[in-house]
Design a protein around this ligand. Structure first.
Ligand code: AMP
Ligand code: ZN
Length: 467
């Protein structure tokens, strides 16, 4: 073990901040649960990947090389809780009359595009579950040989009672110890048992032969099999959202630890959830926003990234459009201040520069405290104008923040930006439309056009451009 006494990371397994350590000196081996590709990732999902990216960039900032893997769930994630219902990708494919892999490709492409817009560095290995079916079958066989599985009429199940430490990750957490308790047992022996392999009917398109019959893998097995294929056991860090603690990650641990006799990984990193307007995101409330929706409303992806960084990853983030407006204002202020520093000629005292650098490093190394890191950035910008501050912020701080600060500060000040008054009118018009007040909506549209802007409706809102 190689300890890094400078860096502390909260570990869901121990429920405390720990001194960070790696199995291999200088290298971090990391696994992240990737998207289920039957829909466009929403900004809550994207928060999870920005949190993982900040972790990765902080590790790089500390001199580590990163060996990382992310799965893409293109099969196995069922619609219902507790291993019931149809596969999510398959259901969407059926509705749209196309092959499931076409759905998976479409939403994987959108996901890769969106994470690129948010300056998220993709994992070195991005692995669709359907590329590792043989590895999953082999892992289920190993679990079977160890006597930890049983057969029901619809599949092969893991018997959670064979794994005494089943609650190691979830104990003490609010969502802990419930497992499949809400779900009818059916043929399952214990509430926490889960499917490793599901039999499927003739109408299912994504299916494979196996020693147990034609079917498809359960959801949890892919992350154990893919992490074991690309990383050693134990590896260093596993990431994902807090919703995965009581079931998905708990089941991954049960599988990997049973199969190998070893701890799956040393650190479990979980980001808190994002709410919208203080509540849940839901299609019925019309508040499930994608990256495209944010751009359509006239924001830059960096405004969203900055909004995410203003809260620590372990705090629930309440997304509102006024909060995003404030993040945009904050971003513009940072860029304006940087422009002044860039063209200045005076120099900053090296001791001040070193102290600022240390304060920034301490903040990110203290369990990724990005709000404090941003406060240090503002403190730096308040120094008398100097290219040294410009270099510190754009070449050092932005290694972790990844807010495209250098690029934005070098670009010409945006004369084309849409004025706040026009954006406000467009929002009022959207509100009016949602309330079916067509007269007000039409009036606002005419005013926006008269002011020299184009407004075009999209399925989730509108786009604004200057004529
Ligand atoms: P999924 O595609 O449903 O597997 O989710 C992808 C990732 O997004 C997982 O790590 C989830 O834990 C995370 N996630 C889902 N909803 C939210 C949310 N509202 N806020 C933050 N993270 C989320
Ligand atoms: Zn996973």
């Amino acid at each position: 073990m190689r300890y890094n006494e400078d860096m502390k990371l909260y570990n869901t397994l121990s429920k405390q901040k720990e001194e960070f350590y790696t199995v291999k000196p200088g290298v971090v081996q990391m696994y992240s649960c990737g998207p289920t590709v039957y829909y466009t990732a929403h900004i809550g999902n994207l928060r999870a990947y920005v949190c993982g990216d900040i972790l990765k960039k902080t590790l790089r900032f500390n001199g580590y090389q990163i060996e990382d893997v992310m799965n893409i769930t293109d099969v196995g994630h069922l619609v219902g809780d507790g291993d019931t219902g149809e596969d999510k990708v398959e259901t969407t494919a059926r509705k749209m009359g196309v092959h499931p892999l076409e759905i998976a490709k479409k939403f994987t492409d959108i996901f890769m595009h969106d994470i690129g817009l948010l300056n998220i560095t993709p994992a070195k290995h991005i692995v669709p579950a359907t590329h590792c079916i043989n590895e999953m079958i082999a892992l289920v066989k190993t679990l079977e040989q160890k006597g930890c599985t049983y057969r029901t009429s619809d599949g092969i199940y893991f018997d959670a009672s064979t794994f005494p430490d089943y609650f190691q990750l979830s104990k003490g957490s609010l969502a802990g110890n419930i497992g499949g308790a809400r779900v009818a047992l059916g043929e399952k022996r214990n509430a926490n048992d889960f499917a490793l392999w599901k039999f499927v009917g003739p109408n299912t398109i994504q299916k494979w032969d196996s020693p147990w019959g034609i079917g498809c893998p359960g959801w949890h097995i892919e992350c154990s099999a893919i992490s074991m294929k690309y990383l050693p056991v134990p590896f260093d860090i596993h990431t994902g959202g807090v919703d995965h603690i009581p079931i998905h990650h708990t089941n991954e641990i049960a599988q990997t630890q049973t199969a190998t006799g070893k701890k799956m990984c040393n650190f479990w990193f979980h980001n808190e959830f994002m709410k919208i307007d203080g509540g849940k995101m839901s299609k019925s409330l019309g508040n499930v926003y994608s990256m495209a929706d944010i751009i359509d409303r006239g924001y830059d992806p960096m405004h969203l990234r900055l909004l995410f960084l203003q809260t620590t990853y372990r705090t629930v983030l309440n997304f509102t459009f006024p909060a995003l407006d404030a993040a945009r204002e904050n971003y513009r202020n940072i860029i304006n201040a940087l422009r002044h520093h860039r063209t200045a000629t005076a120099h900053t005292n090296p001791k001040i520069l070193a102290d600022l650098r240390q304060a920034f490093t301490d903040a990110v190394n203290n369990d990724l405290n990005t709000p404090v890191a941003l406060a240090v950035l503002h403190q730096a910008l308040k120094q008398p104008d100097s290219p040294d501050i410009y270099q510190l912020v754009t070449k050092v701080f932005d290694q972790v923040l990844s807010l495209s600060l250098d690029q934005a500060a070098r670009s010409e000040p945006q004369t084309e930006t849409i004025p706040d008054t026009i954006i406000a009118m467009a929002k009022q018009r959207l509100n009016a439309k949602q309330q079916r007040d067509w007269a007000t909506a039409d009036k606002l549209r005419a005013e926006i056009i008269a002011a020299g802007y184009q407004i075009n409706d999209t399925p989730n809102g509108y786009t604004l451009t200057k004529n």
